[in-house]
Write a protein that binds this ligand. Structure first.
Ligand code: 13P
Length: 246
């Protein structure tokens, strides 16, 4: 299975998300390649709309960009796993580097959230990745393996978990696209360490149609987690086609 998906991050209104979902729904039926599993992670405000627009039998999984470890209660500003699921999410993204950097997400809170997601039948999409300094010092593999082990620590039945290796230096407008050779060792290390406990290892960070095939060709990469290049439906469709050709 090749997983190809996007997080909208903090972009798109409900109407824009709905238009995206409708275009994707209409395009994907006839052209979804076999063995490719798309997913879309809108802002929390649009999860319900995107899920409803795609329809219950859509091959596209809908996700949340974050959810809390507690099932409910006095956690102002948060949404719970049951609330995300109620809105239509089947995946929950956890530990993205933007949340680790700006919102005090830690290995410990990521692990609590993985446990909560599994408890509520959501697929945890756990992001791991090293910063530029760690990369330059040759510490990438050790860093991401430690993050992945921490996320799964002590948890049983983690077979639905997806890992996304997203080097911080490769993400976003300030990022530099990674060369396939640069991601091979961390991906291999993740597979060696926890590959038998997860459903797959995705790669993310400045993925675009011009580098997608090469990144998918790195041994151990089961899919791509995309930001900017899939914020238009045409971008996501191009990436689905590339994944289908491999
Ligand atoms: P970009 O593809 O925009 O670099 O973002 C990647 C990412 O952070 C996906 O979670």
């Amino acid at each position: 299975m090749r997983w190809i998906g996007t997080s909208f991050k903090m972009t798109k209104t409900i109407a824009e998300s709905a238009a995206y979902a409708a275009r994707l729904r209409d395009a994907i039926g006839p052209r979804l390649p076999a063995g490719v599993r798309p997913f879309v992670i809108p802002p929390a405000t649009a999860i319900e709309t995107v899920a409803r627009t795609l329809g219950a039998d859509s091959p596209v999984l809908v996700g949340a960009q974050n959810a809390h470890w507690a099932d409910g209660g006095a956690w102002t500003g948060e949404i719970s796993m049951p609330q995300a699921a109620d809105a239509g999410a089947r995946i929950v993204e956890l530990g993205h580097s933007e949340r680790r950097a700006h919102f005090a997400e830690t290995d410990a809170t990521v692990r609590l959230k993985v446990a909560a997601a599994l408890r509520h039948g959501l697929i945890p999409l756990v992001c791991v990745g090293e910063d530029a300094g760690t990369f330059a010092a040759g510490g990438s593999a050790d860093h991401v393996v430690a993050q992945a082990r921490a996320a799964l620590d002590g948890l049983a039945d983690t077979g639905s978990v997806l890992l996304a290796y997203e080097p911080v230096w490769a993400i976003g407008d300030a990022g530099r696209p990674a060369e396939p050779a640069e991601i091979a060792a961390p991906v291999a290390a993740l597979r060696d360490a926890v590959g038998d406990r997860v459903a797959g290892v995705l790669y993310g960070g400045s993925v675009a149609p011009d580098n997608a095939a090469a990144l998918l060709g790195v041994p151990g990469v089961d899919g791509l987690f995309v930001g900017r290049a899939a914020w238009r439906v045409s971008g996501l469709l191009a990436l689905l086609d590339i994944a289908g050709e491999r």
